[in-house]
Design a protein around this ligand. Sequence first.
Ligand code: SF4
Length: 233
Amino acid sequence: MTTLLINSIYRATEGEGIHIGIPQIFVRFQGCHIGCVNCDTKESWEFDPSYTKSLDEVMEQVETLSQNIIKRVSITGGDPLHPSHIPSLLDLIKELKARGYFINIEAAGTRVVKEVFDQVDFISYDVKTPSTQVRTSKELLLKFIQDYAHKAQIKAVVADKKDFEAAYDAFHFVKAANDNQVPWCLTPCFEPGEAFPMNRFQLVVQLNEKFGLPFRVIGQQHKWVYGPDVKSV
Ligand code: SF4
């Protein structure tokens, strides 16, 4: 029997990236070893077996939330691409596809997992910026774009000018080596517990205008609507 480590399953409206504003069902895996210091879902880090669910339970929750109306699922985490999740993740994807769901996966930018990426409809791939204290390999990013630009976006959380410059640098590294077009989104950081960071948002918008790049600056809408600390929205 397939079992999965699942933090939560909920219906909400996509709050960031190019699909912002679209209702979907989120399946959040439990367990992540990547360790971004500004992670806003630290409660999903532990590989805790008490979060185990059967595939049938997961699908039942998804179908109940969907009501056969919302046929989009975003698989997120935690780190759904951690090697220990892959067998159960592939079973989940197979079942969702069989029932006609559009599947997005949130990739932390630390792995390209061909057997997963080939199966899903869309991949949101992170470029980790210096403020996360996690590094995204530019060579891996390039390989990802070469293979999956047709169904992907690149996202980078930006806390300051140094983060912007790191995203700028990664963008130009890829552009110099590859012509594939892929949307790049900058997400101004909105940390748990803080008031809306208007100055940070303005800095990112103004840097993007100044550098004239094809970045789209898209904030985390769900945090404006519900506040930065509310989960599963
Ligand atoms: S990859 Fe995601 S869940 Fe893991 S630490 Fe980074 S932001 Fe948090």
